[in-house]
Design a protein around this ligand. Structure first.
Ligand code: AMP
Length: 412
């Protein structure tokens, strides 16, 4: 279960942020209620997002009105869409009158790693595909000239970049940031850990003063250092905190089945036949494992869907729709694809493999037992992955009930 709080950060004593408590809309606010620009709403619809995730519901009413924001949120909360929607909507609702010049972006997103930048850019392409806005990605280790030719093809609206490569562009005067209207700093704590703050400071200094731009800063943790930076860089921000999912939700009955590698599949099939399994997500660790499992299940006549990074967004949307509506009751997913799933009424989660990162275990089982309902998680542990159990138990703070799988027909 997601445990959300909207808070003024007075525990750090460093920032005077406006708490958004009183006016915050219900978490499950519909996007329609935000009166987004039509092409932004179209992008949201095409992705199959029905209602706002908690961070979106809490932060968008403010950021869409132009306010600065500091968000404490991890990956998986929907923060990327929150800042992308803010950017697209703002750029469209305040079109530039008069001539545009090359190399003068209107919005900049900085993130610490290439992977994250690419992920954000991919999300921007999806979400922004009806807006006609130009996004360019700048990352180190890739061809500078190619990136430059993209920057110079059309006036660029949004730059998504790692700090180092963005500075290269600034130093060579291929980009000027003095017209930036919105600046997003994502995963600020990781930027700090990775030693990027001097570079980020240079970038921030190259943009208009904080009173003249909108700044959104996201971080998974709010340490004193982060709050000090946030104070320097933002102007009268609202602060929103989305707590990580609670460890070991009491509403999930967690079981570990000790199985041999060969038993996994037959035990899974048996489990799927149990009428108590009304709706189930099966997690596997890698895309290829997800695909193989999906194919095997189809061969056995199990009507199921598959969600992983190798499935096109359009297909993912359709799959999720089928699952949400109950047309298919089985979904096979990777962790990354599975994190975005906010579906009520999932009765079971199966960990076909134990996740390597204990945090993923918590995310996975958090798909069930939501909104006051009871859920069951079944994790298969066999000779090749049982060694991962102690770390998971360490994170949970208690041992897990390990058992032999029930014999065929005995139910779960
Ligand atoms: P993020 O926290 O930005 O990494 O987003 C996690 C996942 O949630 C992504 O796969 C998004 O596509 C998905 N997502 C974001 N907002 C929503 C929403 N309102 N409804 C459903 N899925 C969403």
């Amino acid at each position: 279960m997601q445990d959300d709080a909207v808070a003024q950060s007075d525990d750090t004593g460093t920032i005077e942020a406006t708490p958004v408590e009183e006016a915050a809309p219900a978490e499950s606010a519909k996007f329609e209620s935000l009166n987004l620009e039509a092409t932004v709403q179209q992008g949201v619809d095409a992705l199959g997002f029905e209602s706002c995730s908690p961070i979106q519901g809490q932060i968008l009413p403010y950021t869409l009105a132009g306010k600065d924001a500091i968000g404490k949120a991890q990956t998986g909360t929907g923060k990327t869409a929150a800042f992308l929607i803010t950017i697209f909507n703002d750029l469209l609702s305040h079109p530039i009158e008069g001539e545009r010049y090359l190399g003068e972006p209107r919005a900049v997103i900085i993130a610490p790693t290439r992977e994250l930048v690419m992920q954000i850019a991919a999300d921007a392409d999806e979400l922004g595909r009806f807006t006609g806005l130009q996004t360019v990605t700048l990352i180190g280790g890739a061809d500078y000239q190619k990136q430059l030719s993209k920057v110079n093809r059309l006036p660029v609206d949004l730059i998504v970049a790692t700090p180092g490569r963005l500075i290269d562009f600034m130093e060579r005067r291929d980009l000027a940031l003095d017209r930036v209207e919105i600046l997003v700093l994502d995963e600020a704590d990781r930027m700090l850990d990775m030693g990027f703050i001097p570079q980020v400071k240079r970038i921030v200094r190259a943009t208009p003063r904080k009173e003249d731009r909108q700044t959104l800063l996201f971080s998974a943790t709010f340490t004193q250092d982060i709050m000090n930076l946030a104070k320097q860089w933002t102007f009268e921000p609202v602060t929103v905190e989305i707590e990580p999912e609670r460890v070991a939700t009491a509403s999930v009955d967690q079981r570990v089945y000790l199985v041999s590698s060969r038993e996994r599949f037959p035990v899974l099939l048996d489990l799927l036949r149990d009428p108590a399994v009304e709706s189930v997500i099966i997690f596997a660790n890698r895309r290829d494992q997800v695909r193989r499992l999906y194919e095997k299940l189809r061969k056995e006549g199990v009507h199921c869907g598959m969600l992983s990074g190798e499935v096109t967004q359009a297909k993912r949307t359709k799959t999720l729709e089928n699952f949400r509506s109950g047309r298919s009751k089985v979904l096979v997913a990777t962790d990354v694809a599975g994190r975005g799933i906010h579906v009520e009424g999932i009765s079971h989660v199966v960990n076909y493999n134990l996740p390597e990162d204990p945090e993923d275990y918590v995310h996975r089982i958090g798909r069930t037992g939501r909104a006051g309902a009871k859920g069951v998680s079944v994790s298969f542990a066999s000779e090749d992955d049982a060694f991962l159990l102690p770390d998971i138990e360490g994170l949970l703070g208690h041992p897990l009930a390990c058992m032999s799988p029930p014999r065929v027909g005995e139910g779960v």
